[in-house]
Each structure stands twice: as C-alpha cells, then as structure tokens.
Design a protein around this ligand. Structure first.
Ligand code: SF4
Length: 460
C-alpha cells in the first residue's frame, strides 16, 4: 500500500510516501503532523518537492522491493531523499545498512518510530520556515488524536516569567491567534465530527492581551479577541453538534469569574485546568507565578458556589527552592480545603537555563521526593472521596473505546475527565441487550463504583 500525501502547496515542500502497515502509517502521521506544525507543506509530486521522505516497509520481499524501488524513483526524480521505517533498520550483506548499500546517495536513514531523527534530518537539509501561526497548529487534516476529540491551540508563547520555566525563552512572548481563525478552525473540527474540543495554550486566560483584545470577525459578526468572548462563541458553536468544550491552562485571574456562569448553564464543560503550582504566597512570589497575589482558596470557593459541579484539575511543585516545612504544610492544607478534584505533583527539578536554579535554599532531592509523596497521598485521598460521591449518579459519558459495539463494555470519559491526563469511566456491558456503544458517541451511564482515578459505570 502506498500513498503520496498532500497538505498544501507553499514552500518549503516535502514529498511524503508512506508504505506498509498501519503502524508505519501512524509513524507517517506523527512525522506529517510535526512537519505541518513546523510550517512545512507537502507536495503531491516528487519534482514539486524540495525533499522527499520515504517511510518504508521491510516485512516481506515484495515490500522490500517496493520500498527500494520507491527510494530509487524519488532519488531519480528529486535527488534529496530521507528514508525511515522498518527497511531503514535492516542490515544488508556483510552487516552494513541495506538501504545505504543499494542507494548510497540518500541523505539519511532511520528505523521505525523515529520522528525526532527524521525531523533532525529534515532540519539539516531544509531549514524550517518561521510562521508563528503555523508553528502553533497542525493542519486539521493531520490529527493524532482520535477523530472525536481535538485540541484547539489559541495562542503560542507566554508573557510571564515563572522562575522554573524556560518556555518564554524558547517560544517568546504571547502571540494570540486571530479570533476569526480560531473560530473557523473550531467550526471545521465540529463539522468534521469532533465531539470534544480542548482549548489549549500556555495561558488561556491571557488570550488576546497582545492584540489589545482587538475585534475580529467570524461569520460576518464582530467578536473580541478575549477569553470570555471566545468561550461564549465556542459554547454556542458546539451546541448544535452536541459537543463538549473543555478549557485548559487557565490562571485564576478575576476575569475568569465571568466564565463560570457559562459553565453553570452548560455552555462549556464545568471543568477548569488551573496550574496553581503552590499555595503559599511567598513561594508563589519566588516562582513569579501569574495571579500570585490572588486569594485562590476564596476564589475556588466562589466558583463552587456559582457552579457546584465544577471540577478543578491542577498541578503543583513540591520542594521548590527555599520551601520551608511550614510553606509545604500550607500547600497540604490548601489541597485539603480546596478539594482539588484532579491534582498532579512534581518534585522540583532544576531545568537548565531556568532562573529558579539561582535561588538560595535548594531543597535536598530526597526531601523534594518525600514532599511530593506526602502531597500525592493527600491528593489521592481527596480525589478518591470525590469520586465515591459520584456513585449512584447518572452521567453523560463520551465513549473512547467500545470493542464489538460495547457488548462487553468499553471505556469512556465524563465531563470530569480530560483525555490522557485524568481518569476514565470504565463501562460495563449495557443493561439492555439492544444497547450499543459507539466510539465518539455519548451514552448515559449509571455510576456503580470507583477505583483509583476511575469510575465504573453501567450504560443505560
Ligand atoms: S509556567 Fe509561567 S512562564 Fe512558563 S509558560 Fe506557564 S505561565 Fe508562562
């Protein structure tokens, strides 16, 4: 099976041939996504491309021949060829690399699952273009996520300078995508069957700050480039598709309060991913965290009053330089009182180039790890008790997997579970024999138990 894929016609252009099995196709998708995210375009023809990548198969003799012939063809028609995939890992006579023995002029050869090596070879031979917007978002056609959920990146870079983070030095200051483009992409995703849209960025609450909240247009209507208006528009857009909108990386600024009523009325999921990192004001100041002066506990309590079903996910750092036992206990107390539904915690680890490395009072590694474990014990207690409270309730579940139409059950997620990072809802076989479960569709499910980070439920 072979396919020459095309994403567009702008330079620099890469010809891409994918040969072989579904695993090879997944590798191709990864490489194409990365190429697309970095602003490369793909060409339909070898001659129209600046470089060609051939993802090969080495399973049976016919496949080896087809791969070697394709490489030869690409070399003849284009001249600049990078080879990846199973054949790339195969030894030839005398133990050398088979591809290199037959086609010594190829630029680089890698084995399978080698996206980074392939990208390094591409960068070395065809420097990547600079386009901040293309850098942000893979073209909708080259998605790695299952078809029913998709990430919508609304901005790149960050105006903050948290002392443990080097993202701003790598990606620069905040660059918000124009709201018209963001909404157009969201619409295309919903129309393409996406049932859950995950809004991401480095700082979702800051969306539009760099553009001074400029008014843009979508479907001929003016819309401000600002988080509230964006969330409102996404919520309205999702409604006719019966789709979910989930917000990630939101900082607890007062402006976020305005989004909570949209959650309470079901326009967007009552789920907020807020990376608090710590609770003690002195630690937050040393971290130079955004919104570090805010009274986070009171803010969370107000959010919960306005929208009782809100689920809060967060990440924390234990053992940040200078963290005293008292400051750490403040964090544990915060965790108990705020009852963060989903919390992750990292033991502080110095990142090369981060300002925090220069702070006095580095906490010994064992103590950092010990605090992380103590934090997680509290977090797991909170999370488990919150999950137990759901037993007996009926929830809307988006089905992620359902072999044999769910006759033996499947796996899904409720509004409280973001894909990849939170728990799941393990679905038992449906009560009614006639009921089927389909991936990417919703089902109601009665919660019958909780285990670890997951719920167990019967589809009804
Ligand atoms: S950790 Fe801080 S500096 Fe880094 S991306 Fe997030 S807000 Fe910006």
């Amino acid at each position: 099976m072979s396919e020459v894929m095309a994403v567009g016609e702008k330079t620099p252009r890469i010809g891409f041939v994918s040969l072989g099995c579904p695993k090879a196709l997944t590798d191709s998708e990864l490489i194409l996504t990365q190429l697309s995210a970095e602003g490369y375009q793909t060409s339909k023809t070898f001659e129209g491309a600046d470089l060609v990548i051939v993802n090969t198969c080495g399973f049976i003799d016919d496949a080896v021949k087809e791969s070697l012939d394709t490489i030869g063809e690409a070399l003849a028609e284009n001249g600049k060829v990078i080879v990846t995939g199973c054949l790339g890992a195969k030894a030839g006579e005398g133990g050398g690399n088979l591809v290199r023995q037959i086609h010594p002029s190829v630029l680089a050869v890698t084995g399978p699952h080698a996206t980074q090596e392939v990208m390094d070879a591409v960068h070395a031979n065809l420097p990547k273009p600079h386009d901040p917007f293309v850098d942000l978002v893979p073209a909708a056609g080259v998605k790695l996520t299952p078809k029913h959920y998709a990430y919508l990146k609304i901005s790149e870079g960050c105006n903050h300078r948290c002392t443990f983070c080097i993202i701003p030095s790598m990606r620069g200051d905040l660059v918000s995508r124009p709201i018209g483009d963001v909404l157009k992409e969201a619409k295309a995703l919903f129309e393409g069957g996406v049932k859950e849209l995950l809004v991401i960025s480095q700082d979702t609450s800051a969306y539009g700050v760099d553009l001074k909240y400029r008014t843009g247009f979508h479907d001929g209507r003016p819309v401000k480039t600002r988080m509230l208006e964006l969330v409102q528009a996404l919520g309205e857009m999702a409604e006719p598709f019966g789709a979910w909108v989930r917000l990630h990386y939101v900082y607890p600024y007062p402006s976020v309060d305005e989004v909570i009523p949209l959650m309470a009325t079901g326009k967007v999921l009552p789920y907020l991913d807020v990376p608090f990192q710590h609770s003690h004001p002195d630690v937050l100041r040393r971290m130079k965290r955004p919104a570090s002066g805010e009274k986070n506990l009171e803010r969370i309590q107000r959010w919960r009053e306005a929208c009782p079903e809100i689920v809060i996910r967060s990440t924390f750092i234990a053992g940040f330089p200078g963290e005293t036992e008292e400051e750490f206990e403040h964090l544990l107390e915060f965790m108990r009182e705020a009852r963060i539904d989903r919390a992750g915690c990292f033991a502080y680890s110095p990142v090369e180039g981060a300002a925090a490395n220069e702070l006095p009072g580095m906490v010994p590694a064992e103590l950092r790890e010990e605090r992380r474990a103590r934090f997680m014990a509290v977090a797991e207690e909170v999370s488990a008790s919150k999950l137990r409270e759901r037993v007996g309730a009926t929830m809307q579940v988006l089905v992620d997997s359902a072999p044999a139409l769910g006759r033996k059950g499947g796996v899904g997620r409720s509004y409280a579970d973001a894909p990849e990072i939170d728990g799941t809802v393990r679905l038992l076989p449906p009560e009614k024999l006639s009921k089927q479960l389909k991936v990417g569709e919703f089902t109601k499910a009665r919660i019958v138990g909780a285990e670890g980070h997951d719920l167990i439920a019967v589809p009804v």
